[in-house]
Design a protein around this ligand. Structure first.
Ligand SMILES: N[C@@H](CCC(=O)N[C@@H](CS)C(=O)NCC(=O)O)C(=O)O
Length: 192
């Protein structure tokens, strides 16, 4: 199986860490998705023009949510419960808004301006981080490996890109530091 992605994408990193922790052999194809040649490979496999993309004998699958569902089934792991899916959507909502804002900044917009689009993203980021901080101790959260991986990838990406101050979220910070010790985390560090 091949995984098209980039080392910096938090959505790609989730899949890479899960695969490392679960002895799932993935050939990681590291792309610069904004460079012409690499972009062609991504576009050829995903009309939505995003990474990650998983390519295997049966399927070409885009979107980390589909990829993890496929891998969990393939490796006979239980699927996420509905509450866990809800928590994953909360992590995704935060991550998507941060990606949108970063792309706006890279397009030359001042995202601190009082504009509907920026306000909606900023409100979503603040609310989802508070929600995750308050629900991190829930049994359904702590017991789900993929949720913990996805949260860690979000938090580390926020730190890596210096996107927002996390220090007020004490539960998230404690989790972030404890999860960071794992080998799979260090092996997929975008700073390396
Ligand atoms: N819902 C998607 C989001 C993936 C995503 O946003 N990927 C970013 C990289 S972090 C991307 O490919 N962005 C390219 C673009 O927006 O043009 C998933 O879970 O895989």
């Amino acid at each position: 199986m091949q995984l098209l992605g980039s080392t910096t994408s938090p959505f790609v990193r989730r899949i890479r860490i899960w695969a490392l922790l679960n002895h799932c052999e993935l050939e990681f194809i590291n792309l610069d998705i904004f460079a012409a040649h690499d972009r062609q490979l991504m576009i050829k496999n995903n009309p939505a023009r995003k990474v990650p993309v998983l390519i295997c004998k049966q399927h070409t699958l885009a979107d980390s949510n589909n990829i993890i569902r496929f891998l969990l089934e393939l490796y006979n792991h239980p699927r996420l419960s509905w509450q866990q899916e809800h928590l994953l959507s909360t992590i995704n909502g935060c991550n998507d808004s941060l990606v949108e804002l970063l792309l706006c900044q890279r397009s030359g917009f001042d995202t601190t301006q009082d504009k509907l689009f920026f306000n909606l993203q900023n409100e979503r980021i603040a609310e989802t981080l508070s929600y995750l901080n308050n629900h991190l101790a829930d049994a359904e959260f702590k017991s789900c490996e993929y949720l913990c991986i996805s949260l860690y990838c979000l938090l580390d990406w926020i730190c890596f890109r210096e996107l927002t101050d996390l220090t007020a979220h004490t539960e998230l910070m404690e989790f972030y530091h404890s999860f960071a010790q794992q080998q799979a985390v260090q092996q997929t560090d975008p700073r390396n």
